[in-house]
Design a protein around this ligand. Sequence first.
Ligand code: ADP
Length: 270
Amino acid sequence: AIVLDSVEFKYDGQCVISTANVEFTEGAVHLIVGKTGSGKTTLALLIAGLLKPTAGRILVDGIRPSDSDFDRSRLQLAFQFPEAQIFESEVEAEISFGLRNFGYEGFGLRQRLRWACESVGLSERLLTRDPASLSFGERRKVALASVIALRPQYLILDEPFAGLDWNGRYNLLNTIRQIKHEGMTILIFTHEIDMISEMGDTVASLENGRLSRCFEVADFLTDQPDESWFVPDHIRVLKYVASAGMGVDQTAIRIEDVARAIVAGISRSG
Ligand code: ADP
């Protein structure tokens, strides 16, 4: 598991992260949601061991991720807009880069490469292409494939939906479900509240650097006051329809279920 133990982080003496004790259990998808500037990227970098807490500690399976003996292949971070960091001139070389660094070659390398492409929905016919010639969505897939190819136990995604259209979002949701199914623990940092209901086992909110504990998604959403920033638009619509007097199932959470609940309400009232 990933454990945050009274973690504090300061930039130039200014405290930007201050958490109580929070644990991200293994094998689940954990969402950390907060507005821009709430500290998501800083916290992601701390958990990945790329920044060190100024107080408290972070432990990944009992080891500090910033320690030199931490096995980096176990935890991978996909930065915000990861496609901006693609540097090889061929897709295959880009996805293989990390694998080669960790000593993979031959059959083992090809197997992981193929699995990574399949997981992100990247056609193998693109492997010989120059990443610069791909669409934005395809480049995002390449960047993600190169991060998951190592099959890390822990995967941290910073704003993975940024810039993707709905097709790209649903592709990514499928990828997340698939790699979770294989036992990976995934931490997703996002400001896109509308995505909370579509994935994720737990949600924690981040406000001014303060991280809440992890809640189950349904509990998190139903406990929010109406005016809360943490209520997705489709749930706002459901609440509005209910308050306007239509009998609807207010336990619906996912976009599709909310749509069904409203359709059922309309056909009952009609
Ligand atoms: P988010 O990812 O939620 O937008 P960040 O982690 O990027 O939030 O930023 C959290 C706070 O830390 C913000 O107030 C931001 O201005 C500040 N911050 C981020 N990076 C730096 C830095 N390198 N130096 C000083 N302050 C920073």
